[in-house]
Design a binder for this molecule. Structure first.
Ligand code: COA
Length: 464
C-alpha cells in the first residue's frame, strides 16, 4: 500500500549531495519535494538554502492539510528524518527529508493548508550544489523513483487516519487535533480507551486539570460527572474527513436530486444467503447482504448504463463508464469513507464479498489507499447496519446515482390470496442527478434491482 520514492541523483557537482526522497504513499499517489532553481539567485553558493516544494500529489489534488510539523527553524535534520505529516482528501502521508542540513524556514504551521507547488520548508544544505537542482516542474522524482531501490521506507498511514503515525499513541483525528492545538504530547495523556487509546474525554480532562493532577489522581478525575466537562462550548476547527465532506457535499448541493424509495422483500435472499454461508466460510469469506446488493446493482446498471455515467464539467458530454466500480459508504473509526470495488461486472458474488471484506478490514485499520478510494462510478450505502428505515442519500460526485438501504424488518404484508403474512422488508432509497437522470429511468433501474434481490435465481440468468 505504501511506496517510497527515491529522488534522482544529481551529479556531478562540487557541493552536491545526491540525496534520496523518501515518502510513504498510497499506491497511486505521488508526493514529492521539488527544489526551486530560482531560489539560488537569492543565496550564494556558500549558503545554498533550498525550498522544498510540495509537488505532484496526483488525483487533481491542489492542497493538503498540515497535520504535524516535525521540525522547527534552526533544527538540524538528517536525511530521512520526518519533516511533516500532511493529509489530502484521500490519504495521510508522512514526508521525510531528502537532505541533511539546517532548517532555515518552516512555511506552514499545523492546521495550515499547504499548496501544491509552494515550498514547505527551506533547508540549508552546505554540501549541496544548486546548479544540479532541477526546476520545480521537472518530474524527475517520480519517473526515477519506481526503479530505484528503497533504502529506507517511511511508515505512513494512508487513510483517513485513526492512529498516530508514530505508532505509539492511539487516538482519533479529533483528539489529535485538540492535542496539537494545545501543544500537548499525547503520550503524556493518561488513556482510558481500549488498547490504550486516548479518548476525547482524556485530553479534555488533561487540559482542564493539568498533567500533574491527572496523572496522580486518575480515578478521582474519572469519577467526576461528565456534565462538568461538557458544560463549556468548544470551538474546533474543521479538519480532516469533515473538511472533505464539507467540500464534496457542498459541491453536491449544486446538483438537483431526484429521489425514489422502494421496498424489497428479502425473504428469499435471506434463505439463499443462509444456504451459502457455509461455502463462504470454507473460503474464509464473510458473506453479508451487501455483495448481493452490489451485484444486483451492477446487473441493473448493465440495463441502464446512464446510471453508471458522469456528466462532464462543461455539461457538454456524458461519459458512460465502462467499469462498474461500486462504492460502499463505510463507517470507519475515523469517519465516513467510500472505497469502491472495481469491475464488479466481472466479479462473482463471492468475489465481491471477498473484496468487501478486504476493504472493511483496511477501513477499520485506517489503511485504505488512494487506489481503493478513487475511481468509483456508483455508490451504495447500507445505513440499515446502523439502524434506520429510509435515507436521503446525496450523490457522490461525479457519480450520478447513489442508493441507501435501510434495516431489514419483519412487516405484515398481503399475500396474493389476500391473507396477511409476515415479510422481511428492506427499503431502498435512490438519489440521482436529475440533470441527466429522469424519474422513469430511475424507477426502471430500481425495479430491476428489486427483482434481482426478491428472486435471487434471476441473477444467475444475467451473470456472466
Ligand atoms: N438490515 C439488517 N441486517 C443487516 C443489514 C440490513 N440492512 N445489512 C447488513 N446486515 C447484517 C449483516 O448481514 C451482518 O450480519 P451477519 O453477521 O449475520 O452476517 C451484520 O448486519 C453486520 O454487517 P457488516 O459487518 O456491517 O457488513 P455489511 O457487509 O452488511 O456492511 C458496510 C458493510 C461497510 C456497508 C457497513 O459496515 C457500514 O459501514 N455501514 C454504514 C454505512 C453508512 O454509514 N452510511 C451512511 C452514509 S452517509
Amino acid at each position: 500500500m505504501l511506496r517510497t520514492f527515491a529522488a534522482r541523483r544529481h551529479t556531478p557537482c562540487s557541493l552536491a549531495s545526491a540525496s534520496k526522497l523518501s515518502v510513504g504513499l498510497p499506491k497511486t499517489s505521488r508526493l514529492a519535494f521539488g527544489v526551486n532553481r530560482g531560489f539560488r539567485t537569492h543565496h550564494p553558493v556558500l549558503e545554498p538554502i533550498k525550498p522544498f516544494l510540495l509537488t505532484d500529489i496526483g488525483e487533481g489534488i491542489a492542497e493538503v492539510e498540515v497535520l504535524k510539523v516535525a521540525v522547527k527553524e534552526g533544527d538540524t535534520i538528517n536525511e530521512f528524518d520526518p519533516v511533516c505529516e500532511v493529509q489530502s482528501d484521500k490519504a495521510t502521508v508522512e514526508i521525510t527529508s531528502r537532505f541533511s542540513g539546517t532548517v532555515k524556514k518552516v512555511h506552514y504551521n499545523v492546521g495550515d493548508i499547504a499548496i501544491v507547488g509552494k515550498p514547505l520548508i527551506d533547508i540549508d544544505t552546505p554540501d549541496a550544489d544548486a546548479e544540479d537542482i532541477p526546476a520545480p516542474d521537472t518530474p524527475t522524482e517520480n519517473t526515477q523513483s519506481k526503479a530505484t531501490p528503497q533504502p529506507e521506507a517511511v511508515p505512513s498511514s494512508t487513510p483517513a487516519v485513526t492512529v498516530e503515525t508514530s505508532g505509539k499513541v492511539l487516538a482519533t483525528p479529533a483528539v489529535r487535533r485538540i492535542a496539537r492545538e494545545n501543544n500537548v504530547d499525547l503520550a503524556r495523556v493518561p488513556a482510558t480507551g481500549k488498547g490504550g487509546r486516548v479518548l476525547k474525554g482524556d485530553i479534555l480532562r488533561f487540559l482542564k486539570e493539568g498533567p500533574t493532577e491527572v496523572s496522580s489522581q486518575p480515578d478521582t478525575l474519572q469519577s467526576r460527572p461528565q456534565s462538568e466537562a461538557a458544560a463549556e462550548d468548544q470551538v474546533v476547527p474543521v479538519r480532516g474527513l469533515m473538511r472533505t465532506m464539507i467540500k464534496t457535499m457542498t459541491a453536491a448541493t449544486a446538483v438537483p436530486h431526484f429521489g425514489l424509495d422502494e421496498e424489497v422483500e428479502m425473504d428469499r435472499l435471506m434463505e439463499v444467503r443462509t444456504g451459502l454461508k457455509g461455502m463462504a466460510q470454507e473460503r474464509s469469506v464473510k458473506l453479508t447482504f451487501m455483495p448481493f446488493f452490489i451485484k444486483a446493482a451492477s446487473l441493473a446498471l448493465k440495463q441502464y448504463p446512464i446510471l453508471n455515467s458522469q456528466l462532464s464539467n462543461d455539461q457538454q458530454t456524458v461519459v458512460y463508464k465502462g467499469a462498474h466500480n461500486i462504492g460502499v459508504a463505510m463507517d470507519t473509526p475515523s469517519g465516513l469513507i467510500v472505497p469502491n470495488i472495481k469491475d464488479v461486472q466481472r466479479l462473482s458474488i463471492m468475489e465481491v464479498a471477498g473484496e468487501l471484506n478486504r476493504l472493511q478490514q483496511l477501513g477499520k485499520e485506517g489503511k485504505l489507499g488512494t487506489q481503493d478510494l478513487t475511481g468509483g462510478t456508483f455508490t451504495i450505502s447500507n445505513i440499515g447496519v446502523i439502524g434506520g428505515t429510509y435515507a436521503r442519500p446525496v450523490v457522490n460526485l461525479p457519480e450520478v446515482c447513489i442508493g441507501a438501504v435501510g434495516s431489514i424488518r419483519k412487516m405484515p404484508r398481503f399475500a396474493e390470496d389476500g391473507s396477511v403474512v409476515p415479510r422481511s422488508i428492506m427499503c431502498v432509497s435512490w438519489s440521482a442527478d436529475h440533470r441527466i437522470i429522469d424519474g422513469a429511468t430511475m424507477g426502471r433501474f430500481s425495479n430491476a434491482f428489486k427483482r434481482y434481490l426478491e428472486d435471487p435465481n434471476s441473477m444467475l440468468v444475467d451473470m456472466k
